[in-house]
Design a protein around this ligand. Structure first.
Ligand code: GLU
Ligand code: ZN
Length: 491
């Protein structure tokens, strides 16, 4: 598809930290809009005053910006259908609910919660469909007066047509819903507050949305919305019914649906750990889509160029954190070194960095950065990989010490110190030769010989390439740290 008339929307409710499922929905909508040259509308569904907050709203905007999404219409930039926050569109919903009532497409329902429950239980017991039974569909004006005199409250219900609804889902193909499975449903609460069931399709209609791409959890609301759309078309409010595409579920641990409450699903967590937005988006795009069978790593531009909603796979997608990290690592490697050093900046200072700001050394950082770039999965790992350069003494990692410092480690360290003292400190090769030779003296292979040296100098058994690390730290400090380790071993 290639035309400028595609209009998609991303319409989250600001009810907490954004989660990865939401980001995937935003991504697919955005990529579809950019691929087709269409319009990406960003709308805030904040009609639930009890659950929405201004803080979540700010977070949503901030998250979208961090991910690099740009919207063509929406908060802060406006557009022909402004405002884009539903809390500012209440008059519109009230007016449209009024029109639906007037046209008989909706009606007042006076049933109380306990009456509804009683009838639902009875229907279940009799094996009949348990949705709303249409009791108030034909309430007379006398009944209405009586109900009101009794002090009953009423909600507004949409009258579903008694017909089968069939539509072709862009992801799942043809779907059919029979009337008994789609009962009349509430659109305005007793207190006059309009519900999602009304405001979402009303805004999609008014904003002339052509494609609704959203999670499979919303599939059951689609036949209702199609019926509402048709009513809005009869009233001259909607132009046409959009096409729908329902994105597959995302499964987490134990093959359960990834839930908003899963720590793994919080976008903020990925930001804090130092995922690159492009790495995270690359991974999230694979939850239901792929560029090609043999290419997992790609740029967002490549995705946009190839993305078609028809290629989305309806089967549940499994969220795999390890794979997400591996893909992010690839994107870290794809950065040019300068870009990499800049992106690491937040993790090289407080509150993440344990060293004093004046002990940070730009030259050493630039020297070590290329070695770190090929090894990180997430940017936050940079801190502990380079702390040995900027702390006055290496961190004390007891587990590493115990693992590396065996019988005879002191003798090995003494020999290594001697050989390192006379090595050529402008070449990591020469430092390697020194440790190799020390190992040979004590009948140890390089791997075994370098472990105590590494722990003495960096505090840990794992880290960046050792001989480059020693060279960058410098001769004086390296030898002093070996001396300190020897003293500790002697104590
Ligand atoms: N505000 C709804 C949500 O966040 C939007 C659903 C839709 O895309 O229709 O679940
Ligand atoms: Zn009723």
């Amino acid at each position: 598809m290639a035309n400028g008339s595609v209009r998609v929307r991303f319409c989250p409710s600001p009810t907490g930290n954004p989660h990865v499922g939401l980001v995937r929905t935003a991504l697919f909508n955005w990529a579809f809009a950019r691929h087709t040259g269409g319009t990406f509308v960003f709308r805030i569904e904040d009609t639930d005053a009890a659950r929405d907050s201004e803080e979540s709203y700010e977070q949503l905007l901030d998250s979208l910006r961090w991910l690099g999404f740009t919207w063509d219409e929406g908060p802060e930039i406006g557009g022909p259908h402004a405002p884009y926050r539903q809390s500012q569109r209440m008059d519109t919903y009230k007016e449209i609910a009024g029109k639906l009532l007037e046209a008989g497409r909706a009606y007042h329902c006076y049933c109380t919660a306990s009456e509804l429950e009683e009838r639902r239980d009875a229907a279940r017991a009799a094996g009949r469909p348990s949705g709303y039974d249409g009791k108030c569909r034909e309430v007379t004006s006398e009944q209405k007066e009586r109900y009101e005199a009794e002090g009953r409250e009423s909600i507004v219900r949409f009258r579903m047509p008694d017909e089968t609804i069939t539509f072709t889902d862009l992801v799942r193909g043809e779907l059919t819903f029979t009337p008994e499975n789609v009962p009349d449903y509430g659109i305005v609460r007793a207190n006059g507050a309009p519900l999602y069931t009304l405001v979402n399709p009303v805004d999609d209609a008014l904003m002339e949305i052509t494609h609704v791409l959203r999670g499979e959890d919303l599939l059951s609301s689609t036949p209702r919305q199609i019926a509402l759309y048709k009513a809005l078309m009869e009233l001259g409010i909607a132009k046409s019914v959009p096409q729908f595409g329902h994105l597959p579920y995302v499964m987490g641990e134990g093959n359960k649906k990834l839930s908003k409450r899963d720590p793994q699903s919080s976008l903020n967590l990925y930001r804090e750990r130092g995922f690159l937005p492009e790495g995270l988006l690359n991974y999230l795009s694979l939850l239901g889509w792929s560029l090609s069978a043999d290419k997992d790593i790609f740029t967002i531009e490549e995705m946009v160029a190839a993305f078609d909603i028809a290629d989305v796979n309806p089967n549940p997608a499994r969220f795999d954190l390890k794979k997400c990290e591996a893909i992010n690592a690839d994107h870290i490697r794809m950065l040019d070194v300068k870009e990499f050093t800049e992106r690491c900046a937040p993790w090289l200072k407080a509150p993440f960095a344990p060293w004093a700001p004046e002990d940070f050394d730009e030259t050493k950082w630039e020297a070590i950065a290329p070695h770190a770039q090929t090894r990180l999965r997430v940017l936050s790992e940079i801190t502990e990989n380079v702390d040995f350069l900027f702390l006055p003494e290496p961190v004390e990692d007891e587990a590493s010490w115990t693992k590396a410092m065996k019988e005879g480690s002191d003798a090995l360290l003494r020999t290594a110190r001697e050989k390192l003292e006379s090595a050529d400190w402008t070449s990591p090769e020469s430092l390697k030769e020194a440790v190799l030779a020390a190992g040979e003296t004590h009948g140890l292979k390089l791997g075994k010989a370098q472990a105590p040296v590494r722990v003495a100098v960096t505090g840990r058994t794992v880290g960046l390439p050792l001989f480059e690390s020693l060279e960058i730290l410098g001769k004086e400090k390296t030898l002093a740290r070996i001396d300190a380790a020897l003293a500790k071993l002697a104590a």
